[in-house]
Design a protein around this ligand. Structure first.
Ligand code: HEC
Ligand code: HEC
Ligand code: HEC
Length: 165
């Protein structure tokens, strides 16, 4: 998996977000600020394919689906702000990462190297590796569905919206 984050693009993007004010929190600290501090650690997009990424995890189901070009950074610093109640997993606007990296203790602790071990741990808590689609659907699809139900602009709930294959 490649890291495609361009710091320049990201800083430009954050400036736009903060210029529109709404997304800047009263205490002046936003997920965007935090993301800037750990700039190289918040990839802009990621291809989600656990079987390919973490073949070391035993018991994963056959690789039939993936999600290409997931807008990782936008979720972390923009889409999730103020939407915690729609998420299956707890997070805060100051630390959005735990919506998906459910076991993370800090932003710095989420590293590409440690990713497979921590996902394995997350899956064990969520019922085992064979339950990986349930884990991801709880993480992703549930939020989209809950927001849709509440009439808010959100991401896809149909299979093809996330899976091109
Ligand atoms: C909406 C879900 C979501 C949020 C929020 C999120 N991530 Fe991720 N992140 C993912 C997924 C999915 C992957 C790919 C790994 C996987 O299959 O779980 C990933 C991968 C990563 C990677 C590894 C990148 C690579 O190329 O392998 C890092 C580093 C990372 N995230 C850091 C963060 C940090 C720091 C935050 C908080 C500022 C964050 N993430 C917030 C879902 C999320
Ligand atoms: C807290 C709620 C929440 C969670 C959790 C969440 N999303 Fe989203 N997602 C959104 C919102 C909100 C948007 C659209 C925002 C907009 O268009 O203004 C979105 C948009 C998308 C889109 C459309 C492309 C885009 O960037 O607009 C895709 C695909 C997507 N999400 C996939 C995922 C995946 C995969 C995960 C889990 C790894 C995930 N989402 C987790 C809220 C969430
Ligand atoms: C909001 C995004 C989203 C939606 C909508 C969604 N999925 Fe997924 N699904 C994921 C993610 C993320 C994964 C983990 C992919 C990976 O790591 O390979 C996943 C994994 C899977 C897997 C596990 C097998 C594999 O090859 O990884 C299956 C099967 C699957 N989805 C089927 C479906 C079906 C069928 C639907 C429609 C009823 C659906 N998904 C809707 C995000 C979504």
């Amino acid at each position: 998996m490649k890291k495609k984050t361009s710091i320049k693009t990201m800083v430009g993007f954050i400036t736009v977000v903060c210029a529109t004010a709404m997304l800047c929190l009263p205490n002046g600290s936003t997920a965007a600020d935090n993301a800037t501090k750990g700039a190289q650690k918040v990839p802009e997009t990621v291809d989600i394919n656990l079987q390919k990424q973490c073949p070391s995890i035993p018991g994963l189901p056959a690789d039939k689906k993936d999600v290409k070009g997931f807008t990782h950074e936008k979720h972390a610093i923009q889409y999730l702000l103020g939407k915690e109640k729609f998420s299956k997993y707890h997070y805060t606007d100051q630390f959005t990462c735990t919506a998906c990296h459910t076991e993370a203790k800090s932003q710095e602790a989420i590293t590409e190297d440690g990713m497979c071990a921590s996902i394995q741990e997350e899956l064990e808590k969520a019922g085992g590796a064979q339950k990986m689609s349930k884990f991801f659907h709880n993480t992703c699809k549930k939020c989209h569905a809950a927001m849709k139900k509440a009439g808010e602009k959100t991401g896809p709930t149909s299979c093809k919206g996330c899976h091109k294959r």
